[in-house]
Design a protein around this ligand. Structure first.
Ligand SMILES: CC(C)(COP(=O)(O)OP(=O)(O)OC[C@H]1O[C@@H](n2cnc3c(N)ncnc32)[C@H](O)[C@@H]1OP(=O)(O)O)[C@@H](O)C(=O)NCCC(=O)NCCS
Length: 184
């Protein structure tokens, strides 16, 4: 179970297995709790504007629909009241999890939501017996790389010219997902 608890004065505590962060400087009028739950096709109206603001080569509505119909996909969202604040899409590929898309609404970045999405996704994958998580990230996307490093990901490869608009290399990052009783 993963919840966010409002503790007053625009401060929140995100509680899940690995994240416990107090967020500050949110909109003073926002006192609602944030929840993490499964992303649904009905959320796409709110996902697409965030997607288009976040990426120069955004996924299309069709791309999201296809992913959300795929039984091997794990799709999560964080919302507050009815507002969608962030989402993550990952593909289960045998014992490996491919983190394919993660974005947070620009007004809510830097307060722990990306960490919450990724931590929850890794925790669920671990519980399912998935042993490794992997992703691609633009070489210039230092914020995302910093998030991934914080959660244990390390660079182990590079795909030359992988991204377009602008053309850029991808760094390939991965992390082992050990269960608590798996031993060293
Ligand atoms: C990348 C992204 C998902 C991070 O989400 P977020 O909710 O802002 O991240 P968090 O608040 O959980 O921060 C996690 C870590 O990222 C790093 N980080 C976050 N904002 C940062 C900033 N403005 N500058 C530098 N590092 C930053 C920090 O290491 C932070 O950990 P810390 O707070 O313990 O220092 C978000 O910035 C985003 O949506 N970016 C556009 C889409 C994108 O680039 N997706 C990734 C594609 S590979």
């Amino acid at each position: 179970m993963s919840v966010c608890i409002y503790i007053g004065k625009n401060r929140y505590i995100f509680r899940c297995a690995c994240v416990n962060k107090v967020a500050q400087e949110l909109d003073p009028s926002s006192t609602a709790e944030m929840f993490l739950s499964d992303l649904q096709v009905g959320d796409l109206k709110q996902v697409l504007p965030i997607e288009r603001k976040s990426f120069t080569t955004p996924w299309s509505a069709g791309g999201f629909r296809l992913a959300l119909r795929n039984p091997d996909v794990m799709a999560l969202k964080i919302s507050k009241n009815d507002q969608l604040l962030g989402y993550l899409i990952a593909f289960r590929q045998s014992r490996e999890l491919l983190i394919a898309n993660i974005a947070v609404h620009e007004d809510y970045r830097g307060i722990g939501l990306g960490s919450w999405l990724l931590t929850e996704c890794m925790e669920r994958a671990r519980e399912e017996g998935i042993t490794y998580a992997v992703l691609d990230v633009r070489e210039s996307n230092k914020v995302a790389q910093s998030l991934y490093r914080k959660l244990g990901f390390r660079v182990f490869g590079r795909r030359a010219g992988y991204y377009h608009n602008p053309r850029e290399d991808a760094l390939v990052m991965g992390v082992g997902l050990k269960r608590r009783n798996d031993g060293p």
